[in-house]
Each structure stands twice: as C-alpha cells, then as structure tokens.
Design a binder for this molecule. Sequence first.
Ligand code: CO
Length: 134
Amino acid sequence: MIGRLNHVAIAVRDLNAAVATYKNALGAKVSEATAQPEHGVTVVFVELPNTKIEFLEPLGENSPIAKFLERNPDGGIHHVCYEVDDIIAARDQLKSRGARVLGDGNPKIGAHGKPVLFLHPKDFLGTLTELEQV
Ligand code: CO
C-alpha cells in the first residue's frame, strides 16, 4: 500500500533557530517560512535529494502541535508521511484491519494541497502517521 516517504515533520519552538541549525551545521537547502493558519502551523521545508523534512512551528492559539511541544520542549519528530495512490482505498483497508483514523475519518487537504489522513499513533508504533495521496 504505502509508497515513498513524502516527509518527516519535526515540531520546533523556534523556526529561525531550527533553520539556522540545519543551514549552518548540515548545509541543508531550506525554503522560506510559510504560514498555514488553517493548519495552525508555520512551515519550513528542507529539501533533501530523496525526501523532505518539514519544520512545524505553532501558529495561533489552538495549534495542533502545542501539546506535543509541551511534552517535548526541545522539539522532536512529530509525524512521518507516506505516499499512497488512493487514499480512500488505503483508509478503508486500514479501517477494516482495526486501525484508527483521526478526525472524522475523511481526507483533508494537507500542507501540500493534496488529500491527507492521519493514523492513530497507538496503532503505528507510537508514531503519528500521515498518508498523502500523490
Ligand atoms: Co505532514
């Protein structure tokens, strides 16, 4: 079912500090910051030859990553995202095997303008898992 690793998302308190670390220490190619108020985050993309890393900084009052950063004050890996060809087929197959889909169970348009779903971390090795239809 799953295809390529689309991205790994790292939650950070300070986007500028995170960018400086990846630029200066790792020589990474990093995008400009993009505010995504509908997702409650500001995002920076780190372009790697084979995938992307995304830095997520909380934006607004009810950011979905605020609690994560309370538990992980230094930041940390927030989720991984795998590509699928057909997100509805993937969802139905996972649900039939007992996996829990977060929210109302319907795909939403994600940070890249494509349909995404999140799977419960307790069903996937303690890791919040995003599926993105590409
Ligand atoms: Co993501």
